[in-house]
Ligand binder design. Structure first.
Ligand SMILES: NC(=O)c1ccc[n+]([C@@H]2O[C@H](COP(=O)([O-])OP(=O)(O)OC[C@H]3O[C@@H](n4cnc5c(N)ncnc54)[C@H](O)[C@@H]3O)[C@@H](O)[C@H]2O)c1
Length: 281
């Protein structure tokens, strides 16, 4: 399926004499046209931006979140702007919920092409190294959703699964070891699952974002209102990330443009993990 944008380009001075004026039709493809995507933790932050970006590119988007109010609000916003969307309040840490998430998506849209495992527990749990909620949502949640969608993707003849990990999987950051360990596990899980399901044409990749300005940072901002400015010296590009930066990377991994990409770890971090920008030599 494709959209056509007519663009007239009328013969000009360089046209051969008496040549017919011509009409050039430029084909603009929606990168996810008619694909069905589930985005977990999509009521706010990176998940929200990803759901909106996917919808702009023609996907039918299932918004999953435990935050019912903001999830419904986003689904309505997408529908009002002409997209197709559905909110489902599934807790990714409960496998029975994720089976329901998949069944309801299939009932509504008939297929599943894309899954973005993005949900995350509260910032407080991360800062306090509370292993159980971090593991349950970010790791078991990723596996619950993945296992639930795989049969549907196999039936479709393939799909794309995108796990949102973190730069914490790649470099040590002070005092947040449980979150870092879980995100490291998400990277290892991504590679293992990519190897397992390549033959089914299910591509499984992960994204490691650096600091992204979302509500997850609110408790840290309350303690230090200048936290984002204080982080800038660590970022060679001189800025921290915005949700759209990650959404665009997820769009690439979701689309057919990445059809030869699986098991990869896409680092979207403004150069944070590239080196030491303030190294004193
Ligand atoms: N923001 C950053 O700086 C940053 C950096 C690196 C990685 N990440 C990763 O990106 C992802 C999104 O981060 P964010 O900053 O947008 O987070 P966020 O806290 O703003 O959003 C997380 C969403 O997940 C939902 N959620 C919580 N528990 C859930 C559950 N059990 N089931 C379903 N939904 C649930 C929340 O309600 C919320 O809407 C996370 O996986 C996070 O680890 C974020």
């Amino acid at each position: 399926m494709q959209s056509l944008v007519n663009q007239t380009s009328i013969g000009n001075k360089t046209s051969p004499p008496n040549s017919r004026k011509y009409l050039r039709v430029e084909q603009v493809y929606m990168r996810l046209e008619n694909k069905v995507a589930i985005v977990t933790g999509a009521a706010r932050g990176i998940g929200r931006a990803t759901a909106k970006r996917f919808s702009e590119e023609g996907a039918f988007v299932v918004i999953d979140d435990v935050d019912v109010e903001n999830g419904i609000q986003l689904a309505s916003e997408i529908i009002k702007t002409g997209g197709k969307s559905l909110f489902i309040a599934a807790d990714v840490s409960r496998s029975c919920d994720t089976i329901q998430l998949v069944n309801q998506t299939l009932d509504h849209f008939g297929r599943i092409d894309i899954l973005v495992n993005n949900a995350l527990c509260s910032t407080e749990n991360i800062l306090e190294n509370n292993w159980d909620p971090i593991v349950k949502v970010a790791l078991r949640g990723t596996d619950n959703c993945t296992q639930a969608v795989i049969p549907a993707m196999c039936e479709n003849g393939g799909g794309s699964i995108i796990n949102i990990a973190s730069v914490n999987a790649l470099i040590g950051l002070q005092n947040i070891h449980a979150y870092s360990a879980v995100k490291g596990a998400v990277v290892a899980y991504t590679r293992s699952m990519a190897v397992s399901y390549g033959a089914d044409d299910i591509r499984i990749n992960c994204i490691c974002p650096g600091t992204v300005e979302t509500e997850v940072w609110l408790p840290m901002i309350e303690k230090n209102p200048n936290i984002f400015d204080d982080l800038l010296p660590f970022y060679p590009l001189g800025r921290i990330g915005q949700p759209i930066d990650i959404a665009n990377a997820a769009l690439f991994l979701a689309s057919d443009e990445s059809s030869f990409v699986t098991g990869s770890v896409l680092v979207i971090d403004g150069g944070l993990t590239a080196g030491l920008p303030q190294f004193p030599i």
